[in-house]
Ligand binder design. Structure first.
Ligand code: FE2
Length: 391
């Protein structure tokens, strides 16, 4: 199947993938984190090949403790068993920071091109961070702030378990980013320019996703082909469903089944831009599961809110540029990468615009100065929330 159509408009277009190329891998490599200590040249070589030529990898033997993973896998799905009123109290419309509960009910959206009939649910959260926005500050500083959590008595240990997981993955993400930098022939710190020094203006985000399975002839729900807007995405597949697929460079869809003890890592559009497409974002999709619902937890690393993606030029060595050129030649991609206008804007402004366009209710309640700009005719009758934020 050679379906290049993407349904994530804010993420832009993906690098073309077509049937004429020879880069048709059929398995996703497992990169062993321990090699970064025992045989670093091999680790960096394998990582570089996976990043440049595949764009998806499993990371095994990583630094997040097994008991932290086991606890979050057990705890995270419980959120969706809360009574509807408890979940609704945590609805994203109550968060200036776009955290909280999000559900997409196909009967109540304009998402007519989606072939599903059941409700998809998501719980969005971030680290324990205070909002420093004060009247007169740029509005995008409101993106930063504490998540909405269910009361402890309703779900004892939920907040602590999810935050412990989040903190471990965030720590892993900074270390892994330095290894990615080294694998591209740069200094370990070369990508740090996109992250502020003390990480106080960063807000990586995490989502627990529930995909309803198909039962009794009722359709389940997946996610159509898209690329992530993140820097890097670290995915934990909680259930055993084999419904995640990645598109290889020949345009074929390759399954990414769950593998115990690993994260699935894929490249986002932000990383594609700052590397000027040395590392292109990878199209992937989730097929509608059959049977019980599928759960996964995605961690999206992000750049500083006051960083401009077009603001820094990375000095790649010739061997990396040659690998990129060889790949692009096989793909039939020509021409230099060009930044778009918004790549010269602050990342916080770009992210806020995207979120305000997807969440009119949050815009109206928490961003009254910006609301008329995006909704000159008032709040739309049906929520616009849907595909754009449901990744
Ligand atoms: Fe995704």
């Amino acid at each position: 199947m050679h379906d290049n159509k993407l349904d994530n408009p804010e993420s832009g277009t993906a690098t073309p993938r077509g049937p004429d190329t020879k880069l048709d891998y059929h398995e996703i490599p497992v990169i062993d984190w321990r090699l970064s200590e025992t045989d670093k040249p091999r680790f960096l070589r394998e990582l570089r090949d996976a990043m440049i030529n595949i764009g998806f990898l499993y990371l095994g033997n990583h630094t997040v403790p097994k008991d932290v993973i086991d606890r979050v896998k057990e705890m995270a799905p419980k959120f969706f068993d809360l009574p509807p009123e408890a979940k609704d109290a945590l609805d994203m419309k109550n968060s200036a920071h776009f955290h909280g509960y999000l559900k997409v009910d196909p009967s109540n959206t304009n998402d007519t091109d989606y072939n599903y009939r059941d409700i998809r649910e998501q719980f969005n959260f971030g680290g324990a961070r205070e909002c420093h926005w004060r009247d007169g500050d740029p509005e995008y500083l409101k993106l930063h702030g504490e998540a909405l959590w269910p009361p402890e008595e309703l779900l004892p240990g939920f907040r602590d378990t999810l935050l412990a997981y989040y903190n471990h993955v965030e720590d892993l993400s900074y270390k892994f980013t330095q290894l990615v930098s080294e694998s591209l022939g740069l200094s370990p710190e070369a990508l740090d320019v996109f992250f502020d020094e003390d990480h106080q203006k960063l807000q990586p985000r995490c989502k627990v996703l529930r995909y309803p399975g198909s039962t009794d002839g009722k359709l389940g729900s997946g996610i159509g082909a898209h690329v992530d807007g993140s820097f890097l995405t670290y995915l934990l597949q909680v259930t055993d469903h084999r419904t995640l697929e990645v598109q290889n460079l020949s345009g074929d869809w390759i399954p990414v089944p769950p593998k115990d003890g690993t994260f699935v890592i894929n490249l986002g559009k932000t990383l594609e831009k700052v590397t000027r497409r040395v590392l292109p974002a990878t199209p992937h999709r989730v097929l509608a599961p059959t049977g019980p619902p599928r759960f996964s937890i995605a961690f999206f690393s992000s750049v500083g809110l006051d960083v401009k993606l077009a603001g820094h030029d990375l000095d790649f060595p010739p061997e990396v540029l040659n690998m990129k050129a060889a790949r692009d030649k096989k793909l039939g991609v020509s021409g230099e990468f060009a930044f778009s206008e918004k790549d010269n804007e602050l990342s916080g402004e770009v992210v806020l615009t995207r979120k305000l366009r997807s969440h009119a209710d949050v815009a109206e309640k928490f961003y009254p100065k910006l609301f008329p700009k995006y909704y000159p005719n008032g709040r739309p009758e049906k929520p616009v929330t849907g595909r754009k934020e449901f990744k």
